[in-house]
Design a protein around this ligand. Sequence first.
Ligand code: 13P
Length: 270
Amino acid sequence: MSKKYVIANFKMNKTDEEVVSYIEKFKEKVKDFNTEIILSVPFVSIKTASLMVKNSNILIAGQNLNENDFGAFTGEINAEMLCSVGASAVLVGHSERRNHFKETDVIINKKIMKGLRSGLISVLCVGETLFDKKNNLTTQVLQRQITECLNSIYANELSHIVIAYEPVWAIGTGVVATKEEIEGAIKTIRMLLTNLYDEKIASKVKVVYGGSINEKNVKEIKSIKGIDGVLVGGASLDEEKFYKIVSEFNEKGTSEKGTKKVSKKKTIEK
Ligand code: 13P
């Protein structure tokens, strides 16, 4: 049984002090879990959080990165900076970034490349809007997002990518996609990956679901065929609720090792 990913996205919530208090309590509760736990905290708390989870089963992620190497981009953070403060992963292409900050698939693709080649696991968020859903455009939207965001990403880099299916209409609305919708989207994502790479590679890519997950509905979501975990926003802000969600995915007795960082200067071949 492969390890499940349970990823928290704090978004623009929690001061540094609040992050510290959260991790202090949470870390202890999950210390024996073999779930892959990732906390996406605000930039300013990455260093503190990373130091706190050192030698534990928790990884710290940034919520974004800039697609450029360095330079005159006031207010931005690059991949190297994230690594330098201890981040192991980064969220890329979240719908809030696509919507509020006009991030395109081309920009997201550049961000993934920068992240991967600095050794960060990229959590690529994809998903349709309500308009897309109402107009039966889900497959088309997923096809565009997956194809463009993974452009020039080599097969051997996919082990460091987690794809999060997050339908925009389910984010923060309390409306969870149905089991059938999630299963269908995961199937579509794997079919698209098969077309881009091959079936064996596609079957190994981690695909998680995000959108109004909470401690009550997680059991049902977990039972979905092909699901590798969840990405949680609102319910992750409460460490007790998030602990309950993680507990649901904790596979007792799993010995498989988690995703390792890509070594920085690795030569990547197709
Ligand atoms: P909610 O869990 O609050 O719906 O947010 C989901 C999300 O955007 C995670 O990235």
